[in-house]
Every structure is written in structure tokens, then in C-alpha cells.
Design a protein around this ligand. Structure first.
Ligand code: SF4
Length: 160
């Protein structure tokens, strides 16, 4: 199904939420043992859920050159691996969604991570309300409709 939600343009409140989350995570300093593995969703047994405004923020970032292919942006492929990952690294760090910032394989961070997620989602929902954007919270792959695919495949500097 095509996205019919109008793109509201840049939303500064999202970056403020991300900064706040990063500060909370840095203070807790959870361990990351297998860096980048959780971005290979199928192999890791992981699903990445994000909201509409997070998706719009993420798609402002061009994909790494090797993933600017029809196959990399097909929903089936995105269910397997995030197209923003390149050689084990995230190429969209500044725009990566909440779940990417809060998820750690450190079991000692589970409880704090859940509480942080709850508070961050509350803040995210307020942004949706403020900008009158219906709340959508779906798997990353579900946002890869033809509009998003076209935007991402057109390349850096031409999206939007
Ligand atoms: S946005 Fe970055 S951190 Fe999140 S799944 Fe994709 S590559 Fe991994």
C-alpha cells in the first residue's frame, strides 16, 4: 500500500528526542558485544519497528552506494538486513531510529532499555500529535513502498 501521509518536512523535535536518548544510553553505558549483528535482522532473529516520523527522518539520509539497488530496497530484503548497514557499520547514525539507539545485547540493560523506550515513545507520540501525523509504528521494511524506493534510489542530493 502506498503512503498517503504528506511529508511534513524536517521535524527538529525528533533530533531532540534522539539526543536525549543518546545521553541516557551513554550514562548507562551498556555493552555492545557483536557490533552490527542486530542490523542483519533475519540472521539475528530481530525485527526493527519504527514510527512514521522516524522513517521520514531516516530516509533523508542517502543509502550507501552499494545498496542503491532495487534488490536492497525491496521489502523482502529489508526484512533480512537494513540497507543502511555497510561493512558492519551504520551509515545513518545521526538519523537512526530509537530502537537502534536503545537496543543492546547487554542483558543488564534490558530493564533500563525498556523504560527508556516507553518514555521515548511517549515523546515520539507527542510529536505525531503536534504535527497532526497519524501514529504509525511498523517494521522498517513496511515503509519501503515505491515512493520511498524511488526517493532512495535517486541518490544523494536529489531526494525529497
Ligand atoms: S539504521 Fe543503522 S543501526 Fe539501525 S538497523 Fe539500520 S544500519 Fe543498523
Amino acid at each position: 500500500m502506498e503512503n498517503t501521509t504528506p511529508n511534513p518536512g524536517p521535524i527538529p523535535e525528533i533530533d531532540a528526542i534522539y539526543t536525549w536518548v543518546d545521553e541516557q544510553v551513554a550514562a548507562a553505558s551498556p555493552r555492545c558485544e557483536i557490533s552490527g549483528a542486530c542490523c542483519r535482522f533475519r540472521e539475528y532473529g530481530h525485527r526493527l519497528y519504527i514510527s512514521r516520523v522516524e522513517a521520514e527522518r531516516l530516509f533523508e539520509v542517502p543509502l550507501p552506494a552499494e545498496n542503491q539497488t532495487d534488490e536492497s530496497v525491496s521489502p523482502e530484503t529489508v526484512k533480512e538486513v537494513c540497507p543502511y548497514q555497510s561493512r558492519g557499520l551504520c551509515t545513518a547514525r545521526g538519523a537512526r531510529p530509537l530502537a537502534c539507539r536503545i537496543f543492546f545485547c547487554d542483558p543488564e540493560f534490558d530493564q533500563a532499555g525498556q523504560e527508556l523506550t516507553e518514555e521515548a515513545l511517549k515523546r515520539l507520540k507527542s510529536v505525531h500529535i503536534q504535527y497532526q501525523i497519524p501514529w504509525e509504528y511498523r517494521q522498517l521494511a513496511d515503509f519501503f513502498d515505491s515512493t520511498v524506493q524511488e526517493k532512495l534510489l535517486r541518490g544523494p542530493g536529489q531526494a525529497g
